[in-house]
Each structure stands twice: as structure tokens, then as C-alpha cells.
Design a protein around this ligand. Sequence first.
Ligand code: C2E
Ligand code: MG
Ligand code: MG
Ligand code: MG
Length: 285
Amino acid sequence: KADTAMYVVKHSGKNNYLFFHPDMEKEIQKRSTIERELRASLQEKDFRIFYQPKIDTATNQIQGFEALIRWKYPPDVFIPIAEELGLINEIGAWVLEESIRQLKVWHEAGHQHLVLCINVSYYQLNNREFPELVKTCIHKGSIEPSLIELEITESMAMQNAEMTKGVFSRLNEIGVRIAIDDFGTGFSSLSYLQDFTFDTLKIDKSFIGKIGPCSKTNYIIQALITLSEALNVIVVAEGVETEEQLEFIKENGCDLWQGYLFSEPLPVDEANMLLEAENNRKDES
Ligand code: C2E
Ligand code: MG
Ligand code: MG
Ligand code: MG
């Protein structure tokens, strides 16, 4: 039967065979479709950026936005493919340039305090020219470097700790901030935290989602907040969806939070509406 059959494909040389299941073939076809579409979209810069607000727990105000790329497939699907195809540097450069341009627009509209967070892939970090690119983008946008924060996931940062350490210190010299994203999911040793210079730790949303009465996860989050205090870095909770979760992270001293409870990632015009609403509230009080 077709759905249980394995394809046997002769592969380079006499006795090399690859075995394919029909599901794998579908997967390969889907990937090659995405690859074709990705190359075409890259030519046209046919991507968008949505912005998710980050809220200061002390003031309940928007401290900044995280830039999240949008395309016809979700980033979790196409970013890994773009990385494999070596297209992530070009995509990442566009995200940097475009989101910094947007930050400048916000600053000029009177929101000078806003911070911009940009996600960066391991392959970008590993690119020799990356720090220079960051410097150029910031210079072009005439933005204070400390208002830019680059997010790198814990597992990516650990892939090559020596390299990461070096690039972090170069980025430090430039003056941008560095956040460790999805913290707690990377299974890495804590010792490297002493070696890396970074500014922010983002607690992964999988922990936040498990906050509840008698949940062991509560203690893990408390420990991560204490750890951040000891390291003197800002701590952010991502994926806050309920009042209960917000109360918990506030009571335990989290500095900032993001999540659907306040807002999903938004297109620019909707982000503008949030900023306006906040300004109106300030004027009233
Ligand atoms: P991330 O940086 O950890 O971003 C957080 C993800 O959680 C985003 O998914 C966001 O939409 C989602 N999220 C935010 N609040 C909530 C919430 O309350 N509940 C839940 N369940 N989810 C929430 P998104 O936009 O699909 O991005 C997924 C990942 O793709 C990002 O994870 C990031 O690692 C990567 N990514 C996104 N944009 C870029 C980019 O421009 N460059 C690179 N290299 N990676 C990107
Ligand atoms: Mg992120
Ligand atoms: Mg994250
Ligand atoms: Mg993530």
C-alpha cells in the first residue's frame, strides 16, 4: 500500500541507499515550496513586522515593543528554513533596518522613551559583519544604541559559547542591550551566565503558562527572578495571558511583561492606537 511503502532511492555511489516514507516526501515538497516562495518574497521584501508591547510592571505603561516578523507562514516554520538556506542574514538585516526606522518614527512622534527589541538568529550572530551592520543601522536611524535590545535564545547563545561571548562584548561596545530569550528551555549550565555580558533575561512563556496554585513552576519562576536580581539584569515575563499570572509575576518582582493579556503583536497603526490611548490617559490624570 502506498501509505505504508518506503521509497528506496539510490544515492551517490554503489551501496548507498536513502529510505523515504511518503510523509517525508510531502514534507520535502512543502519545504521546497516554502523555499521558492521565500526567495521570491525576499526579492520583493514582501514581509511585515508586527510589534508587541512590553509593559513596565511598576508603571503599567508601554516601555517598548518587540519586533516580530510576519509572512505567509509563521516564523517558527520559516525561520529555521531561512537559516538552513542561508537567507536569514538578509531577512534579519531587513528586520533590523525596518524596525529601527519605525522606532525613529515613534521617537519623532514624541515617544522618545520607547525601547525596541529585535530577535536575532545564531547565524546572524555568527556572521562576521553583524556588529558592523547593527552599528550602521543605528547610525542611519540616529537612535540611542541603549534603546535597542537584541534578543538571542538561550539555546542559540549556548551553541558556541566562545563565539557568543565575543560577539556579545562587541555589541556591548556598540552600546546596544542584549536579552537572553526563552530562558529556562535551553538546558544549559548556569555557569556561562557569569561569562556572558547581557542586560535582560526573558523567562520563557512555557513557565508563565504553568503558574497556578500549588504549581512547582511558581518556585522556578521565583528562582529565575532571584537569579536575575543577583546578576543585576532586567527580568521579563513573556506570554502573560491571565490576571492571575500577572499578579504572580508582579508580586515576585518581575520588571517587565509581555503577553496577550495586554496585547498581541500588532501592525503599526494598531500599535499607534495603543500609544495614543496611553497618552490620553496620562493627560486625564
Ligand atoms: P519569541 O521571540 O520568543 O517571541 C514570542 C512569541 O510568542 C511570538 O510568536 C509571540 O507572538 C508569541 N506570544 C506573545 N505573547 C503571547 C502570549 O501571551 N501567549 C502565547 N501563547 N504566545 C504569545 P511569533 O511571533 O510566532 O514568533 C515565534 C518565534 O519566531 C519568536 O519567539 C522568535 O524566536 C522567532 N522570530 C520572530 N520574528 C523574528 C525575526 O524577525 N528574526 C528572528 N531571527 N526570529 C524571529
Ligand atoms: Mg523574542
Ligand atoms: Mg521568547
Ligand atoms: Mg520563542
